[in-house]
Every structure is written in structure tokens, then in C-alpha cells.
Design a protein around this ligand. Structure first.
Ligand code: ATP
Ligand code: MG
Length: 496
């Protein structure tokens, strides 16, 4: 199911549930209401008519029984008909007889006559054939226990036996069926109408809202589809915050992918160019030797040898990179003096510096031993000092010094130059793979891998590397720090 349909369905479900709850609440409310009394009045009135015997003689003998306090015939009547029979004075509500035995003789009951009871079909309210001068009464009675009763009966004015004969029954509450019937006739229509209106409005709103959510997502999906087609794909950032966050994340990712792709392309171009140059010269010189065209075959062979060595170095660098990327950089660590390695590297690079017209200042006193891989550390220093010479114009200086740093329990190598420097905005990225400040810097241009490999090696030794520069044209300073286990134990001993 699509997101849009899901949203739509959830809105509709919400409305259906709301309407259902309202309907249920209404039904329960109606159910708790007392039912209208008419039907009960009618039934009780019919019973009341048969309460007293017809004919004056029968009535007189019954009244004689009552006068003697014998109400057994009323008790029988109540039991036979499943109702309650009361004899009470409606002036002061004092009970003379109660078949329900709730009230003792002379006790006051809470009786109220329903003056507004509607006239019953065919029932005379006035003088009555059974008891002349009697009046039909209806009403209700509430017991101390809280039970509600409805009654119908006759009120007469014979002081000596009380004034009214009442036939009572519990007041019924509305049945669910009845409620539903009423509900069906009066409430169902407006409820259905409002439901319909609600559904239509909700449908419109749902369509609008889901569009505002779904649209940016669709755009995002479209953008993702075409991201392979165009290099740097940006999707519009719109919609609710969550969707915007996804779009922004996508744009960021897209930008990063683009940068990485570009770097990879550059790298491949550089590598293939750098591989091609020595290969062409190897091919050319070996051809010349084979053809016997080489004037000095020994010289040609030495060029082939040098070029092959260069190729070898490049392959090694690429292999290193592959290892670093795979997270496997093998190291053979032995205790060594970093100053000796600096001196060895300087020896190799002095010629290069001289050719460029860059002066080298070196200060390498003997250092406490560190645990390290000599070849790897030489690679690090070669790159740092090589960079310093490479990025310093003729007439500049490069300073290399080693010293003990007690604060970090290790040794420090500082490579400082007076060269082109590094702009502040490039400083944080300088150790990234393939990162180069100025991509078009002539034939000396490297691969941008040197510093990435350097940092990897330094960190594999448990050390750190940092860079600072005063800005463009004002030189750069690279500092590496490597821990010395001997110094750590020394400091510990001193500390004791
Ligand atoms: P590679 O070392 O792989 O042959 P590279 O020297 O260009 O190539 P890195 O050594 O990683 O690559 O250096 C990255 C970038 O940092 C360089 O291209 C250069 O722009 C800048 N950089 C490095 N060292 C210095 C320095 N001492 N002064 C000024 N810029 C520097
Ligand atoms: Mg370099």
C-alpha cells in the first residue's frame, strides 16, 4: 500500500472510530435514562381496576376487613399479580398498608402524584364506576433504598381507612432495543449526514496533507533515480521537517559521493599517467638495446633500472593505500632512534633541496628509543620533508628538528618550511585521501595520498600528527609525536 493510501486510510479510520465512539456514548447515555411511564401506568391502571370487587356489597365487606386491619386480600392480589399494593393517605403520605413491607403502618412514604400524567386512552380520570367519588391517580414512589416505583390507583375520601389504593411496580429503565428504535428514528439521520460531511472533509484534508508529505518524498525518489545520471544531484528541500532532513541528508551524501568520485577519477588519471611515463621510457630504451641502436647500452639499462624502481615505488604506495583502505597495515616494530631515521631521509633529500635552491636546517640529537617500523617511519618523514621542499620556492628554508616532549611522554619531529603555506580553510582536510590544496600545480604534482598514508602510519604507532600554517605564502609546520615506552617507565619511576 502506498504511503498516500496509508495516510488516507488512517484518516478515515480515525473518523470512523470517532463516530463509533460518539454513537456508543449516545446509546449508553440514552440507555441510562428512565423510560417514559405511560406503558407502565396503563398496565398498572388495568390491574388497579380489578383490585376492588365490583358491586357495593363486595366492596362494603372488603372495607369492613380493612377497618379491622386485615389487608390479606390486598397481599394476595399483590402476590398473584407480581406487583406492590399500597394503601396510603395522599394528603400526608402516611402509609396504612404496604404489601412490599417497606413501610410500617403510619410511616411516611415519599409519594408524589403525577398531575401531568397524560390521559390514557379510554380511561376516565374523574368519577369512576367502581368507586363513586373516587379519582384515578398516577405517580411515583421512591423507597429509602433508592428503588423507583410507578403506581396507578384510586384516591377516595374515606377517612377511616386511608385515602388511596395504589398498585405499584418498579419503574423500568429504557431497554436497549427501545433506545435503538428511538435512536434509529431521531438520531441516525443526522449522525449519518454528519459522518458523510466528515468523510468528505477528511478526504479532502487527507489528500492535501498526504500530498504535502508524499510529494517531497516522490521528488526525493526521483532525485535518487537520476543521481547516477548526473554528477552532483540536488533534490529540493521541502515538506515536513523529517522529510526535509532526509532530503538534506541525501544532498549531503550526494555531494560527498561526487567529491569521492572526482577524487577517485583524479587518482586514477594521475596513477595511469604516472605509470605510463616510466613504462614508455622502459619500452623505448629496451627496444633501442634490442635493435642495437643504443649508443650506450649500459646507460640505457641503468635508465630502465631506475624507471622500474620508480614503478615499484608507485606500486608499493598503491598497495599501501589498498591495505590502509582494507584496514590491514602490517608493521614490524623494533626499538629505534627517530633521529637516525630523520638523518637517513635528509641524506636522500639533500640533493633534491639543493637542486631546488632550498636550504635545509637539521637538528637531530639522540633521542630515547621508540617502538616503530623503520621503513614506515622513513616513509612518513620522506613525505613530510619531501612536501616541505616541494611546496617551498627557491630561496626558502626547511627546518627539521627532533626533541623530547615530556608532556606527552614521547618524541617529537617538527618539519617547518617557509613555503607557500596552507589556507586556513584547507587545514582540516589536508590529511584526507586525495586532498590537494591546489590541483593544478605543475609537473611536480603528487597523488594527494602522501599525508593520508602518513597519518595512518603515525596513528598505527600510537602517535599523532598535526599541522599549522600562518596562511598562504607564510609556510607550514607539521609536527608528529610518537610515544616512547622507555620514557613512560622513566616518568613512572620518577613519579613513585
Ligand atoms: P603525494 O605526496 O601523494 O605525492 P601530495 O604531496 O600532493 O602528493 P600530500 O602529501 O598528501 O599529497 O599533501 C596533500 C596536499 O597538502 C598537497 O597537495 C599540498 O597542496 C598540501 N601540502 C602538503 N604539505 C605542504 C606544505 N609543507 N606546504 C604547503 N602545502 C602542503
Ligand atoms: Mg606529498
Amino acid at each position: 500500500m502506498s504511503l498516500r493510501n496509508r495516510l488516507l486510510a488512517s484518516y478515515l479510520l480515525l473518523i470512523a472510530v470517532t463516530l463509533g465512539v460518539i454513537t456508543l456514548a449516545l446509546l449508553l447515555l440514552l440507555d441510562a435514562q428512565p423510560a417514559p411511564p405511560e406503558a407502565t401506568y396503563q398496565r398498572l391502571y388495568v390491574l388497579a381496576q380489578s383490585l376492588l370487587p365490583r358491586g357495593q356489597q363486595g366492596q362494603e365487606s372488603l372495607l369492613a376487613e380493612f377497618r379491622q386491619g386485615d389487608f390479606s386480600s390486598l397481599s394476595d392480589f399483590a402476590a398473584n399479580n407480581g406487583v406492590r399494593v399500597l394503601v396510603a393517605n395522599l394528603q400526608d403520605n402516611r402509609v396504612v398498608f404496604d404489601s412490599g413491607a417497606t413501610y410500617a403502618q403510619g410511616e411516611r412514604a415519599n409519594i408524589s402524584v403525577d398531575l401531568y400524567a397524560p390521559p390514557l386512552g379510554g380511561m376516565a380520570r374523574g368519577a369512576n364506576a367502581i368507586l363513586p367519588r373516587a379519582e384515578v391517580v398516577f405517580g411515583d414512589l421512591s423507597d429509602p433504598g433508592g428503588a423507583e416505583w410507578l403506581f396507578a390507583g384510586y384516591a377516595i375520601s374515606r377517612q377511616e381507612i386511608g385515602t388511596a389504593f395504589l398498585v405499584a411496580d418498579l419503574r423500568p429503565t429504557a431497554s436497549l432495543q427501545q433506545t435503538l428504535r428511538e435512536f434509529g428514528s431521531s438520531l441516525l439521520r443526522p449522525l449519518l449526514q454528519s459522518a458523510l460531511v466528515g468523510f468528505v472533509i477528511a478526504l479532502g484534508l487527507a489528500a492535501l496533507i498526504s500530498r504535502s508529505i508524499v510529494r517531497p518524498l516522490q521528488q526525493l525518489a526521483e532525485g535518487m533515480k537520476t543521481v547516477r545520471a548526473s554528477a552532483d544531484m540536488k533534490v529540493p528541500v521541502s515538506g515536513p521537517p523529517e522529510v526535509r532532513a532526509v532530503a538534506e541528508g541525501f544532498n549531503r551524501m550526494s555531494a560527498e559521493v561526487t567529491v569521492a568520485q572526482q577524487a577517485q577519477r583524479d587518482f586514477l588519471a594521475n596513477v595511469s599517467h604516472d605509470l605510463k611515463t616510466p613504462l614508455t621510457s622502459i619500452q623505448g630504451f629496451s627496444q633501442a638495446i634490442m635493435d642495437g641502436a643504443a649508443k650506450d647500452p649500459k646507460h640505457a639499462a641503468s635508465i630502465i633500472h631506475d624507471e622500474a624502481a620508480r614503478l615499484n615505488r608507485m606500486v608499493v604506495e598503491l598497495t599501501d593505500l589498498a591495505r590502509i583502505q582494507a584496514g590491514r597495515l602490517s608493521m614490524r616494530t623494533v626499538p629505534l632512534d627517530i633521529s637516525q631515521i630523520v638523518s637517513a631521509v635528509i641524506q636522500r633529500l639533500t640533493v633534491v633541496a639543493q637542486q631546488k635552491g632550498v636550504t635545509l636546517h637539521v637538528e637531530t640529537p639522540a633521542m630515547p628509543p621508540i617502538n616503530g617500523d623503520g621503513d614506515r617511519l622513513a616513509q612518513v618523514l620522506n613525505n613530510l620533508i619531501g612536501n616541505a621542499i616541494k611546496y617551498t620556492p627557491a630561496g626558502g628554508h626547511v627546518e627539521v628538528s627532533t626533541r623530547v616532549n615530556l608532556a606527552v611522554n614521547g618524541v617529537e619531529v617538527v618539519v617547518r618550511d617557509t613555503g607557500v603555506g596552507i589556507p586556513p580553510q584547507d587545514l582540516p582536510r589536508i590529511f584526507e585521501r586525495f586532498y590537494q590544496v591546489d590541483k593544478v600545480r605543475g609537473p611536480e604534482r603528487g597523488t594527494g595520498l602522501g599525508l593520508a598514508i602518513t597519518r595512518e602510519i603515525v596513528e598505527a604507532h600510537g602517535g599523532r600528527i598535526s599541522v599549522s600554517s600562518e596562511g598562504e605564502g607564510r609556510g607550514a609546520t607539521f609536527t608528529i609525536w610518537l610515544p616512547s615506552p622507555q620514557m613512560t617507565t622513566l616518568v613512572r619511576r620518577r613519579g613513585v
